[in-house]
Design a protein around this ligand. Sequence first.
Ligand code: HEC
Length: 450
Amino acid sequence: MKLGIALLVLSCTGLTAANEVNFSRDVAPILYKRCVSCHHANDIAPMSLVTYEDARPWARAIREAVLTGQMPPWHADPHYGQFSNDRRLTQTEIETIKAWVDGGTRQGDPKDVPPAPQFPDGWKIGNPDVVIPIPKSYVVKANSPDAYLYFTVPTNFKEDTWVTAVELRPENRRVVHHAHVFLQEPPKPKAANDAKVDKEEKDNFTIEDGQVHHINPVMPVLDDGCSSVDGGNWPGRHPSESHTMLGSYLPGKDPDIFPEGYARLIPAGSSLGFQIHYNSRSIKADETDRTSVALVFAKEPPRQRLRRVDISNYLFRIPAGDPNHEVTACYVFPKDAELMSYTAHMHLRGKDMKFEAVHTDGRRETLFSVPKYDFNWQTEYQLNQPVAIEKGTKIIITAHFDNSPNNKYNPDPSKTIRWGEPSTEEMMDGWFEYILPATAAGKPAQAERQ
Ligand code: HEC
């Protein structure tokens, strides 16, 4: 309302009105809505923007960041998909900030500042039912190389447990670059195929220092993952839920709070596998971290089980110096599904990624596109409305990599790059969260555990 009045004044009286825009009445509400979730003390952004005193010294940088679209971070092409977590500013909000800075960053009447959002030191998902930490504090030595650590922790859940929210949180953000927690289901009786799959897994990857995986260099090269008979997923690496990701701590990613009626299943006896990327860049002395994951349990059986499928190419090879190397991966949905979110994942050479659907009637549609990928921002783009996908729809993921010296993030343009977990190697992974469509809804979720 107040903003509306300010703009009315702006449009009636022209230039001089720019001076009227002030922090307390006009700018603070925008910052509170769009910026301070990250820009408050002890969160991922480098400075707080909560008070006038906080924001004033950053005025020029704020103007620049919002005019160029650098802030708030958002990398999806607005032509495709509508997202409930869209962080972008409206044109009016951008113009208000610009007018505030150009008009001399007036404070206005401090009484006009709306109540600032509160960020209690606790969990963003509310009161967790259980918090599971890694087994003990890990010491990150100053000046040590990046390390990927893996920890497995039993849940000791005696029953199947549905969770409605997951938050993975480092104890020490200075040393944790990112972290994932995976669900490791208790071993099932071995199917005939499992031993074969295990062996393929061992043959296809090499392991360094007992932890970081790379593609085995003897594996064939296949940049066009869609050209192979099984849609680019070689045996043993079919997209599956066996490596289910439960939650992530990534720059720019909010904790997972599933929409009402949805939940993720943790089968009885499961363990949690943590993968934590530690780096020592911002520390001068040794520091410790004990990352943990917090879970909120469903209060009633969920209507829908939230699933995830990763569509990846593990067989690409990016030539040294190549500024625009294309890699694709494909997947054919084996049943009807409703898509809930999209995530694009590559490392430092990732340039862009597009998700397309080829419908059963042959229609090819772009679902999602990240035209300028930025490794520093791993946003999960949550759809406003589920997108219905018919059984037999083919998904094509197309990525480009910049392995040239012009890519300022490129750790080494003289190196040929294949699949590997360290951020100095590459990944090509597009993933969907999805549910089974309405016909299955209403049915008790337990009935569709598989
Ligand atoms: C999702 C979290 C997030 C949101 C939302 C966000 N920022 Fe940021 N911002 C960051 C992080 C992290 C950095 C530091 C890394 C970087 O520059 O990318 C940053 C950097 C900045 C910088 C640059 C600081 C410098 O060193 O020059 C400015 C200015 C800024 N943000 C302003 C804003 C404004 C204004 C908004 C809201 C309109 C906003 N940000 C929303 C996380 C966020």
